[in-house]
Design a protein around this ligand. Structure first.
Ligand SMILES: [Zn+2]
Length: 109
């Protein structure tokens, strides 16, 4: 398996670059490296029909986030609050960290 190239992590704030939810921002709920897709809070809402189950007798229509390609979202830097390109660099300790190319802030390991 090749290393997934997803630059987004769970809990990141991202902005949507294209599609019907363009310019929306939200928190990343889930990352799926295998498909290269992410779920973003409030983005790409899709309706799902739910059959009544024993736990929920009503059933009905659920609205939930649909997966979007990770290439369609961009990280919003928590420091400069701008959609930012990310880079990776190695610390002296040997740790690899992700940083914001706009302000240089290290976002995450
Ligand atoms: Zn920044």
């Amino acid at each position: 398996m090749t290393t997934p190239r997803i630059h987004i992590r769970e809990g990141d704030k991202v902005i949507v670059l294209s599609g019907k939810d363009r310019d929306k921002t939200g928190k990343v709920l889930e990352v799926n490296p295998a498909s290269g897709k992410v779920l973003v809070e409030g983005v790409n809402m899709v309706k799902k029909h739910q059959r009544p189950t024993r736990a929920d007798r009503k059933g009905g229509i659920l609205e939930m986030e649909g997966a979007v390609s990770s290439s369609k979202v961009m990280l919003v830097c928590p420091r400069c609050n701008k959609p930012s390109r990310t880079g990776h660099k190695n610390l002296k300790s040997g740790e690899k960290v992700r940083y914001c190319k706009s302000c240089g802030e290290v976002n995450e390991k």
